[in-house]
Design a protein around this ligand. Structure first.
Ligand SMILES: [Zn+2]
Length: 421
């Protein structure tokens, strides 16, 4: 068992959004046991390891709210379907390790690429067999025929990352099976998307109300969570009516939908997934995403809409979390901290608020009551960052700036001198 670790000579960003302060923090076992202002604020015991933070910033580990750690940084959805399960498992293990190395100590998944993959991954990490963040494991995206992710063609039956389910009965059987196999959250593509089907599908429903109701009834009955892809206003309305916990995108909401969301602000989490929109609009040309496609698929409109939609929703008290659909060729896994910069530049968050959303609210989306703050009694998921991310939100995008990653009181990464060595 490791000695208690006393971090001294650090600036502390505690996750609440309050200004950073010079202070100390004591980790004992897997918990933070004391936090004090000033150096020398925590009484020393001889058996403590004293870690000189050299003025670096101690902060809670980051939480990714829209993770796809089983994606392969592919340029086409259909590529995911071609990866055999054995290679896919290894790829996923590499991805979760990379996420931890990048400062993400927790992941809330927005969909797995294969049926059991994330549930198995989560269990292996929890059992200590492989390094990785805390995980909430998702199902593959439940999609209607012709919906987002249906990569089949009439003459083939080749699938991508999707799980096609049509009609209430098939949806019930699929949801029941997924929950039997251990997923924490069911992902459903209630609306269409600009990447699939005809122009304008992002503004339309892909599933009927009866289908959404069937999925929700099964998930609620069995104690699983629901999340959804919902760009269309009507899709967000259905998600709210049937108590989906996490709603992704919300690009085209209007009118009373703002009020409906506000009414559920204490139970619903939102993540715009701005990272993939931004990268697709401005940086995906080498992969064949033309300016013509970007304009036709309303990506610029979405980037324009985002500050209006999410500005209003924040004013109404909704929790809006970073998490940008990283896992595509132009938006690769490991660059997830870019979303913090997008939250500042595009959504108008202050850096401290963006970091609060990724830590304090991150703990809330994970549903772990003592996760996401540097505070007495909280889980020791901590980063030591060279520099102050509140002053420069881009710092976290360079893994080399993250000198310590601790999860559950255990060092995963320690690029600072070790006491007594
Ligand atoms: Zn996604």
């Amino acid at each position: 068992m490791m000695n208690p670790q006393l971090f001294t000579n650090v600036k502390i960003f505690d996750g609440t959004g309050a200004p950073t302060f010079v202070g100390e923090a004591l980790v004992d076992g897997n918990l933070i046991r004391a936090v004090a202002r000033g150096n020398g604020g925590i009484p020393r015991e001889s058996y403590y390891d004293v870690i000189d933070g050299k003025g670096m910033t101690l902060m809670p580990g980051l939480v990714e709210a829209h993770a796809h750690v089983t994606y392969s940084n592919m340029a086409q959805f259909s590529e995911l379907g071609l990866i055999p399960i054995e290679e896919h498992t290894i790829l996923a293990l590499q991805n979760v390790k990379l996420m931890l190395d990048s400062g993400f100590t927790s992941l809330y998944s927005a969909a797995s690429a294969k049926f059991r993959l994330e549930a198995v991954l989560r269990d292996a990490i929890d059992a200590g067999k492989f390094p990785g963040p805390r995980m909430r494991a998702a199902s593959p995206e439940l999609t209607a025929t012709g919906g987002l992710g249906d990569e089949r063609q009439y003459h083939t039956n080749h699938q991508g990352f999707e799980l096609i389910a049509d009609g209430p009965d098939e949806i019930r059987r699929t949801v029941r099976t997924l929950i039997r196999e251990g997923v924490d959250t069911i992902k459903m593509n209630i609306s269409g998307d600009m990447f699939a089907g005809r122009q304008g599908f992002a503004r339309r429903l892909s599933y009927t109300e009866a289908e959404v109701a069937a999925a929700a009834e099964e998930a609620h009955m069995r104690g699983a969570w629901l999340s959804c892809h919902a760009r269309a206003d009507a899709a967000v309305k259905l998600a709210l009516k049937y108590d989906f916990r996490v709603i992704y995108h919300c690009d085209f909401i209007e009118g009373e939908t703002y009020d409906l969301l506000e009414a559920k602000r204490d139970s619903v989490f939102l993540a715009p997934a701005i990272g993939v929109i931004y990268a697709t609009a401005y940086e995906a040309e080498p992969w064949g995403i033309t300016r013509e496609f970007v304009e036709k698929s309303e990506l610029f409109t979405m980037i324009e809409q985002c500050p209006k939609v999410y500005g209003e929703l924040r004013k109404r008290g909704l929790r809006v979390l970073p998490g940008g659909d990283y896992g595509f060729a132009w938006n690769p896994i490991g660059t997830n901290a870019r979303d913090l910069e997008h939250f500042v530049n595009i959504l108008g968050f202050t850096p401290a608020d963006a970091l609060m959303a990724a830590t304090k609210w991150g703990g809330e989306i994970m549903d772990i009551p003592n996760l996401g703050l540097v505070s007495d009694g909280y889980l020791a998921d901590l980063l030591l960052v060279d520099g102050d991310p509140v002053e420069n939100i881009k710092l976290l995008q360079d893994r080399d700036n993250i000198k310590v990653v601790m999860k559950d009181g255990v060092y995963y990464k320690r690029l600072i001198p070790t006491p007594g060595m």
